[in-house]
Write a protein that binds this ligand. Structure first.
Ligand code: PXP
Length: 247
């Protein structure tokens, strides 16, 4: 499937949640996600992504204030569709808000948002964020039903969940890749900017980065893990180089 706007550049949003996970393991203030935000900028990252979870297991409310004060990179706030998170987003006014599903017991965001099944609940939240000038994105599975729901909700951006692709191998990985490529083309054809993220690594990023309609990848856990061995700046630079080479 082809069509839609082709962006000339693929942005890298670095999810710094797990810097805070390590900090919180000891309850102190090191390592500080604000320092990570500065390194993202130095390494050529294009944005900071942070997920304020209901249980505050990594990023906390005061981190948002400090990140916003310390960096001029755009902040993409990942948030559940709740009144509490809506109120926090409206107070902090991040550049973008990505609405994600959230279950307290999950280890990570395991699947996409059921935008199709929750239209009535999402609509007022999407409108209030958009009215505040926040660029709204929905984190959805690469499925036609979910993309149709995003089109109906009028969001400017969708982020496709790449977890199934990242966890698949062999023929099923090819199938997952095609689903993402087809949905990215269809999103772009409908005037929605497609992003992608979850589970991306040095080994699997290039096939995703080569999808021409994608405008942004959000990558976190793997980069923070690699940073343990090579430093955060080197890890981001390598990911950036792989993405650029794939375009
Ligand atoms: N995009 C969204 C919407 C996410 O919720 C996450 C984290 O789960 C990511 C991207 C980054 O995923 P990962 O940490 O696996 O790179």
């Amino acid at each position: 499937m082809s069509g839609g706007k082709i962006p000339d550049f693929l942005r890298l949003g670095v999810n710094i949640d797990h810097v805070a996970t390590i900090r919180n393991a000891r309850g102190g203030d090191h390592p500080d996600p604000v320092r990570a935000a500065a390194i993202v900028r130095a390494a050529g990252g294009d944005g900071i992504t942070a997920h304020l979870r209901e249980d505050r297991r990594h990023i906390r409310d005061d981190d948002l204030d400090r990140i916003l004060a310390a960096t001029d990179l755009p902040l993409n706030l990942e948030m559940a569709a709740t009144e509490e998170m809506l109120e926090i987003a409206l107070r902090h006014r991040p550049h973008a808000a990505c609405i994600v599903p959230e279950k307290r017991e999950e280890r990570t965001t395991e699947g996409g948002l059921d935008a199709a099944g929750q239209h009535n609940r999402l609509q007022p939240i999407v409108h209030r964020l958009a009215d505040a000038g926040i660029r709204v994105s929905l984190f959805i599975a690469p499925e036609i039903r979910q993309l149709d729901a995003a089109i109906k909700l009028g969001v400017p951006v969708v982020e496709f969940h790449t977890g199934d692709y990242a966890h698949a191998s062999g023929e099923s990985r090819t199938v997952e890749l095609r689903r993402i490529a087809d949905m990215a083309a269809l999103a772009a054809k409908n005037g929605i900017e497609p992003h992608a993220g979850h589970g991306l690594t040095y080994d699997n990023v290039q096939a995703i980065a080569a999808i021409p309609q994608l405008a942004e990848l959000n990558i976190g856990h793997y980069l923070i893990g690699e940073a343990v061995f090579t430093g955060l700046e080197a890890a981001i630079r390598r990911m950036r180089d792989l993405m650029d080479a794939a375009r």
